[in-house]
Each structure stands twice: as structure tokens, then as C-alpha cells.
Design a protein around this ligand. Structure first.
Ligand SMILES: [Zn+2]
Ligand SMILES: [Zn+2]
Length: 303
């Protein structure tokens, strides 16, 4: 089981000469076997950012009909904006099962249809030829063919699920967009909380962060939101993205074998991403840990 990245960028596509090395497409990854083919007939794609467009073109070379499972971490634009350009959705006979977090205001299907409303796009979801089924998820577990998938809520300004996927031999975890839980009320320096309340909030925050370490624990590969440098994070707390410091700390604590820095900030050019990886490598060395670290790169495959 290996991962191929089709989009590694967060927020907005960033094509151009300064992002050629790592790529400018927004989030999309595909689970592949040894020969870049679906595992046991189960095609698994995670997130449908702009990177899914090129993946869709490549999938047209496979024998039809295609059966595709698409896991969505959350419905922010950079994670679904490639779906209207995903060609298999236009092919009769294709079956697409879309899984994503349960929202209480809108159904997953409505959100996907919303970005293909005539105000934004010329073709509606009703005109797509594929059979598309939507599955709304909470925290839990389910099987897709021989793959076992576990979901976990992450800390982001909309309901977001991280995914842990195993084929029984290898396990990878993808955080989606995420920053550590923190004490929002205490940070606001409210006078309304007494000491006991403060201790309660602190315990809840610690508990939430501890649960996530357990979710990451022992994974072969952790694909982690590391959008910011530690300095940038200081002015972006609450925006829903972590830093290289967070990613390394989680990976070391959870004992993962390989850390993949992901969801690159659109303002970061190739050189800055290289510097962030060097920083992470140094931090791992200083922690006395042995895990590998790499920066997610479009079209590259990680074991
Ligand atoms: Zn994002
Ligand atoms: Zn997001």
C-alpha cells in the first residue's frame, strides 16, 4: 500500500515558477498498490482539491466501469474544488462513493451540489453521468474492500475528519486540516472563569490532544498539516492549521515511522518548503528520534 500525491497545497492553487518542485494543486491523494493500480478493485482517493483533475484524466486509462471511493476530510474549497473537473464523474457506468463528515446545517450532497450551482459552474451534479452515493460519517470505523478505515475529529473551523487506513500490513494516517486543541477562553484572558474552571478546560484540551496522539500512534506514515513555520503559527492560531513544530512533536510522540509535511501554505515557495523540511529534520535529530521526514510533492509516491 502506497500513497501518491496529486495535490499538496492548502487554501488555493499556486501554479508558477516558484512552486514547480512541490506543486501548486490543492489537496488530493490516491492509495495505490505496487503497480499504481487500485488495491483489490477498491479505488481509494482522499480529498478532491484541484489535484484530482489530473488523477481523473489518468484513471480514464483503466478498464471500465470504474468504482471509486472518495474520502473527504472536510468541505472547505481547497478540498473539493477539483471535483467538478473529475472526468470519471462524467462517464456512464462509473460508481463513486463519497464519504465525508456529517454536517448539521447541510447535507454532504448539498455542499457538493452547491459548488456546481449555475452561479459557479456550467454543469450541475444532476447532469453527471456517474452513479454517485454520499455517505456521511462521524467518528467510527468501517471497511472498504480489504482496507479498514478509522475516522477521528480534528481541530479545524468546520467539522473535519482525519483518516487512518490500514490493509493489515501498512497503516497511514492523514490529519486533513488540523491544529492542536488549545484553551480559547483562557487565551482571551477572561475574568469570568475561576481557577477550577480553568483546570477543567485545561484537562479537556489535554484529553483531546492525547486522543489524537493515540489516533496517530504506530502509523507507518503520518501525512500531517504543517502549513506554518513555528513563527507564522503565533499569528495564525485559530485558523485551523498546524506548524512544523506540531507535526514533529506529534510524530515523535506517536512513534510513527515516517512524517510527511503537507497542506503547504500558498505563500511558501519551493525554497521555503525545503527550509521547513530541514528544520523538521533537525528537530527530530535533537529529539533523539529516528523517524523519516519528507515534504509532500505532487506526483510523488510515499511508502
Ligand atoms: Zn485546507
Ligand atoms: Zn480547511
Amino acid at each position: 500500500m502506497r500513497l501518491k500525491f496529486w495535490g499538496v497545497r492548502g487554501s488555493i492553487p499556486t501554479p508558477g515558477p516558484t512552486t514547480v518542485k512541490y506543486g501548486g494543486n490543492t489537496t488530493c491523494m490516491q492509495l495505490i498498490g505496487d503497480n499504481e493500480i487500485p488495491i483489490n478493485g477498491e479505488m481509494l482517493i482522499i480529498d478532491a482539491g484541484s489535484g484530482i483533475r489530473e488523477l481523473g484524466v489518468e484513471l480514464l486509462n483503466l478498464p471500465k466501469p470504474l468504482k471509486i471511493n472518495l474520502l473527504i476530510t472536510h468541505t472547505h474549497m481547497d478540498h473539493i474544488n477539483g471535483f467538478p473537473f473529475f472526468l470519471p464523474a462524467f462517464i456512464p457506468g462509473t460508481k463513486i462513493d463519497i464519504y465525508g463528515p456529517l454536517h448539521y446545517e447541510k447535507k454532504l450532497e448539498e455542499i457538493f451540489a452547491g459548488q456546481m450551482d449555475y452561479s459557479y459552474f456550467p454543469i450541475s451534479t444532476a447532469q453527471l453521468a456517474a452513479e454517485i452515493n454520499y455517505h456521511e460519517l462521524n467518528e467510527g470505523e468501517f471497511d472498504l474492500g480489504n482496507l479498514h478505515v478509522t475516522t477521528h475529529y480534528m481541530n479545524h473551523p468546520v467539522l473535519t475528519l482525519g483518516y487512518r487506513v490500514t490493509d493489515g500490513k501498512k497503516t497511514f494516517v492523514y490529519t486533513g486540516d488540523h491544529e492542536p486543541y488549545f484553551d480559547i477562553i483562557g487565551d482571551a484572558e477572561s475574568d469570568e472563569m475561576d481557577k477550577a474552571d480553568e483546570e477543567d478546560v485545561k484537562a479537556i484540551v489535554e484529553h483531546q490532544n492525547r486522543r489524537l496522539i493515540e489516533f496517530f500512534s504506530g502509523a507507518d506514515t503520518l501525512v500531517c498539516d504543517a502549513a506554518y513555520t513555528p513563527e507564522e503559527y503565533q499569528t495564525h492560531r485559530g485558523w485551523g492549521h498546524g506548524s512544523t513544530d506540531h507535526a514533529v512533536d506529534w510524530a515523535v510522540e506517536a512513534g510513527v515511522k515516517k512524517l510527511v509535511l503537507f497542506h503547504h501554505e500558498p505563500t511558501h515557495n519551493d525554497q521555503q518548503l525545503e527550509e521547513m523540511e530541514s528544520y523538521a529534520r533537525e528537530k527530530i535529530k535533537n529529539a533523539g528520534a529516528e523517524l523519516e521526514v519528507t515534504t509532500a510533492c505532487e506526483k510523488e509516491i510515499v511508502e
